[in-house]
Design a binder for this molecule. Structure first.
Ligand SMILES: [Fe+2]
Ligand SMILES: [Fe+2]
Length: 307
């Protein structure tokens, strides 16, 4: 058990750059996730972080251009896990900056596959042209750790998430299994690389940004609570991976979420429409639909909350 004292941020603004849904004319959707975080630290200094890099570079870069966002001063990229709907534009984002730190779990760059029910194998991990060498050549400094990492004062990765709740790892869509090659041996992949990002904002509370939540969204919150001592959270933004889960599984998730008393729940990507609808019914005050072009900012009520 860690006991980390986290500094506070003064302000956070989150732009959704890539998502399955689109909510702003001119942007393009894709199966994938990427967000830009603009934060102001305790000293009043501004910083930018890119969280995940989508599944289609052309569409991601199109959206960044349409939103007129400048990535030159991005300081860090945080990768939630290896799946290529989150890691397809690492090099492009690094190249758009003046050199960045890239944070990930040690499993992130290992070969990963999905084996479908017919036994066919397909690569699901970081695409070949987005590998370690390519990132370093583009100016990225890759930092791998299974422990929580301080990206900026007030902004941490959760590190590898301990699985303690009722949640279990869901199989790939369409069935089959996940595998990973570690030290030359292919074995079942429990997606231990899955991690989230934590931002603690003064007077607001903790905000958690999740990629796919393969470790389980409840496990992610429990990890944050255990590591930083949070009793409640302000916000949970991102993919909650409740796709294809039965109603009673989603209900258990809602019960667990209620204990964290969130003021902002903004699901997207792999959350699934049924789970989104159930989240909206259960947390009508907190629910804010997320999509490409969504901007969430502390101290400002998002409009529209839902279409
Ligand atoms: Fe994933
Ligand atoms: Fe995903």
């Amino acid at each position: 058990m860690w006991d980390i004292l986290m500094e506070k941020l003064k302000h956070v603004k989150v732009y959704t750059l890539a998502d399955n849904l689109v909510g702003v004319p001119g942007l393009q959707g894709q199966w994938g996730l990427s967000m830009l975080l603009e934060v102001v630290d305790g000293k009043g200094e501004a910083h930018k972080i890119v969280f995940d890099t989508g599944g289609d570079k052309r569409l991601l870069m199109h959206n960044i251009e349409r939103l007129k966002l400048n990535l030159k001063d991005v300081e860090a990229i945080v990768l939630s896990h290896a799946h290529r709907d989150h890691t397809s534009s690492i090099v492009e984002i690094v190249s758009s900056t003046g050199g960045v730190r890239v944070y990930a779990h040690p499993h992130l760059f290992l070969p990963k596959f999905r084996i479908n029910p017919q036994g066919r194998k397909e690569g699901v991990g970081v695409p070949e042209d987005e590998g370690l060498e390519n990132i370093e050549r583009a100016g990225g400094e890759v930092i791998l750790s299974a422990e929580p990492m301080e990206v900026l004062p007030g902004c941490w990765t959760t590190g590898e998430i301990t699985r303690t709740s009722f949640e279990d790892l869901s199989p790939p869509m369409g069935g089959g299994k996940w595998t990973i090659v570690i030290d030359g041996v292919e074995r079942e992949d429990r997606i231990l690389d899955d991690q989230a990002l934590l931002l603690d904002v003064e007077g607001v509370g903790p905000i958690i940004v999740a990629g796919c939540s393969h470790a389980g969204v409840v496990n992610t919150l429990i990890q944050a609570k255990r590591t930083w001592g949070f009793e409640r959270i302000h916000g949970l933004i991102g993919g909650m991976h409740l796709l294809q889960r039965p109603d009673n599984y989603i209900e258990k998730t809602l019960d667990a979420l209620r204990e964290f008393r969130p003021s902002l729940l903004s699901p997207c990507h792999c959350t699934g429409f049924k789970a989104m609808a159930m989240l909206w019914r259960e947390f009508p005050e907190a629910f804010v639909l997320n999509f490409c072009g969504r901007v969430l900012e502390t101290g400002r009520s998002p409009e529209p909350r839902i279409f």
